[in-house]
Write a protein that binds this ligand. Structure first.
Ligand SMILES: *Cc1c(COP(=O)(O)O)cnc(C)c1O
Length: 384
């Protein structure tokens, strides 16, 4: 089936007891049993819930996975995946991963005996050089945030196979509509469903997708045993979101392409980062492994003051963290999303005080441009 047919139908049969077209919110903690151990497949809602199952099957179909395992947040999904490793194991992760991922690994999981190194996964040879005998996993984010660096998923998966590493991809920014890592050889894909999958900024959730039976069994067990599950209403909201994922991504992508070109040409910007721009260092790779370039754009206005004016002057773009919703958002990564990483790291990653990140929503393109243009007119001139 095509992407949007699956998005609307996969995992969702009309409710057998009533014929309801939409999967109900099964707001229950437990299920009646006929006799000891005789039940309809559901015992206790930490273990399973029909709304959650429908949602898991739905996203699994979109990522071409055989298993979907949902969590109460993107971080819980990432943590469950990392918990398949054991004390003493070493893993590699993309240098500029999501700040929360770095915080989880460096401040919690290293205390439990896991070791990791950050590596520029957009340079395959750098990854090869960082592999140690005890390395078990490669955790890749592509495109990254806010630099939108692209890692070569096919080349990395070949490397992982060679060294028997489990390859995990955080596909939050691209979504399965634009990029399907499992089809390029990854073992596990995961999402912060809070972002594009849900798409309406009204829930927090995460989901892990895989076709590897052993990993699926381990992660399903962690979901049940550790219990970081999403509630049925959040699953229902996310599944309502995935139905329009294709439509929304087409719109985010089409608008972002135009806005990136215009921002790049505007005299107030020092540089504009968007994988769809020919000037992006990984533009060709993005064209090969993605169906589009997505809705995230970063641009440098040269100073904190310029960024502050920009963020305060826009009227449609909301000054907020997060991304991937129908509404456009604007942020300054240095002091917002990336405040938890050190100044030295921010400098090394080029996350300057003047860097502004936007999540392009589905509002009318010309309204969005006018909003950006009006704000840019008020920004003090950049000093390069
Ligand atoms: C937001 C985000 C996360 C964390 O997800 P939560 O749902 O906020 O827990 C992980 N990875 C990426 C790329 C994100 O953008």
């Amino acid at each position: 089936m095509g992407f949007s047919t699956d998005a609307v139908h996969a995992g969702q049969q009309p409710d057998p007891s009533t014929g309801a077209v939409i999967t109900p919110i099964y707001q229950t903690s437990t299920y009646v049993q006929e006799s000891i151990g005789v039940h309809q497949g559901y015992e206790y809602a930490r273990g399973d819930n029909p709304t959650r199952s429908a949602y898991e099957k739905n996203v699994a179909a979109l990522e071409k996975a055989t298993h979907g395992i949902a969590f109460g947040s993107g971080m819980a999904a990432i943590d469950a995946t990392i918990c398949t490793l054991s004390a003493g194991d070493h893993f590699l992760m993309t240098e500029d991963v999501y700040g929360g991922t770095h915080r989880l690994f460096s401040r919690i999981r290293t205390r439990h005996g896991l070791k990791f190194d950050r590596v520029k996964t957009h340079e395959v040879e750098a990854v090869r050089a960082a592999i140690r005998p005890e390395t078990r996993m490669l955790f890749v984010e592509t495109p990254t945030n806010p630099n939108l660096l692209i890692s070569d998923l096919r080349a990395l998966s070949a490397l992982c196979r060679e060294h028997k590493l489990v390859m995990v991809v955080d596909n939050t920014f691209a979504t399965p509509y634009l990029q399907r890592p499992l089809e390029m050889g990854a073992d596990v894909v995961l999402h912060s469903a809070t972002k594009y999958l849900n798409g309406h900024s009204d829930m927090v959730g995460g989901i892990v997708l895989t076709s590897n039976e052993k990993l699926a069994e381990q992660i399903r067990f962690i979901q049940f045993a550790a219990g970081a599950i999403p509630g049925p209403f959040d699953c229902w909201l996310a599944m309502r979101g995935t139905k329009t994922l294709g439509l929304r991504m087409q719109c985010h992508d089409a608008s972002a392409r135009v806005l990136a070109e215009r921002l790049d040409a505007h005299p107030a910007t020092l540089r504009t980062i968007y994988p769809g721009l020919a000037s992006h260092p990984h533009h060709e790779l993005a064209k090969q492994q993605m169906r589009g370039f997505g809705g995230m754009i970063s641009f440098d206005l040269g100073s904190r003051e310029a960024a502050r004016v920009m963020l305060e002057e826009v009227k449609i773009f909301a000054l907020a963290e997060s991304l991937g919703g129908v509404e456009s958002l604007i942020s300054q990564p240095a002091e917002m999303t990336h405040a938890s990483i050190s100044q030295a790291d921010r400098d090394a990653l080029g996350i300057t005080p003047g860097l502004v990140r936007i999540s392009v929503g589905i509002e009318d393109l010309e309204d969005l441009w006018k909003d950006l243009e009006d704000a840019l007119a008020k920004v003090p001139a950049a000093v390069s």
